[in-house]
Ligand binder design. Structure first.
Ligand code: ADP
Ligand code: MG
Length: 317
């Protein structure tokens, strides 16, 4: 099967009409109509076999993940998914592999209501997938990392460290269970998008570990944070859960800040839409992250030590 047959058989069927697509797959470029009064938000992420997922990862999970990690970036910007392109490098063209990869991709795309509008298909010794997603936001409403202010509450949308445990278990040969699922099947927090636009000030998605990603947000906003370690949701039966929650990667939960005045409305909206919400700390006028335990006792030393350990053992650089 050549490149053109591959596109026609596996990728063209993933394109659907609608969402302002005037010209989709099949021409030299896609022509798209942006909704009136909205701005475009664009994000790209590449997954390389052996770097961002294990080389023996199932193709369906690779397809799902390639899109999921990009959608997580759109969610963190408060943008509604609209279109995407896909550039794949394939060592060889195997129909079973491509079929499963395309199914994983299409399933995620349907859930997110995002449409494939183009891409590139090449042969290369290393398997990789680069996806570019385009989302839209009402003018001026995109969320940024740099908008946090002193006094804001800091929130996360779900348990942290599960995916890091899943990766460790995968390496030990496990192929099922909750942590494994969290690692293999990251779920972008798309249902949060409307509530984030309504209530959040600054947001980031947690892809490289909470400590690091919150650090990016704080640096961009030129503020500090106090984090209550015992309010971070994690699997307490895992003895390494605190280290994994802070320094493990691939969670794809959202971390955001919201002004105190909005907290009652935020909590009410989260509850009525059944969106998990955990308040873990506050933005301060200081610099960096001050970890603490709510009973006032000093935080465990494990925090500092785990950083190097997890930085070394992680999949993603
Ligand atoms: P060109 O040489 O003009 O770039 P290609 O032969 O690479 O054209 O692609 C033909 C059409 O198929 C283009 O519209 C391109 O966007 C689309 N396409 C190629 N690969 C993919 C893919 N992996 N997924 C979706 N669309 C693709
Ligand atoms: Mg091309």
């Amino acid at each position: 099967m050549n490149e053109f047959e591959t596109i026609a058989r596996f990728f063209k069927p993933l394109s659907r009409d609608g969402k302002g697509i005037r010209i989709g797959i099949g021409d030299d470029g896609a022509v798209l109509r942006a909704p009136r009064g909205r701005e475009l938000v664009i994000a790209t992420d590449t997954l390389v076999a052996g770097v961002h997922f294990p080389t023996d990862f199932p193709p369906r999970a690779i397809g799902h993940r390639a899109l999921a990690v990009n959608l997580s970036d759109l969610a963190a910007m408060g943008a509604d998914p609209a279109w995407y392109t896909l550039a794949v490098s394939l060592p060889k063209i195997q129909t079973a592999w491509l079929g499963a990869f395309a199914r994983g991709l299409d399933q995620m795309a349907r859930e997110a209501d995002i449409h494939l509008v183009g891409g590139d298909t090449v042969r290369s010794p290393v398997l990789s997938a680069t996806i570019t997603v385009v989302g839209t936001v009402p003018r001026g409403q995109a969320l940024r990392r740099s908008a946090a202010r002193t006094g804001d509450g800091i929130f996360i949308t779900g348990p942290l460290g599960l995916a890091a445990r899943g990766l460790a278990l995968w390496r030990e040969g496990a192929r099922r269970g909750r942590a494994l699922r969290a690692f293999m099947h990251p779920v972008p927090r798309l249902p949060w998008i409307p509530a984030l636009r309504k209530h959040a000030r600054a947001a980031i998605d947690v892809s490289d570990g909470f400590a690091q990603d919150l650090g990016h947000l704080l640096q961009a906003s030129r503020v500090g944070a106090e984090i209550d370690l015992d309010r971070i949701p994690r699997n307490r039966r895992d003895p390494d859960s605190l280290g994994r929650a802070l320094f493990g990667g691939d969670d794809y939960e959202l971390c955001f800040t919201a002004p105190q005045s909005r907290l009652p409305a935020l909590r009410a909206d989260a509850q009525s839409a059944q969106l998990p919400l955990f308040e873990v700390g506050r933005i301060t006028a200081g610099k960096g992250i001050h970890w603490r335990l709510s009973d006032g006792s000093p935080p465990p030393r494990v925090v500092g030590q785990s950083f190097d350990h997890f930085a070394r053992s992680r999949m993603q650089g």
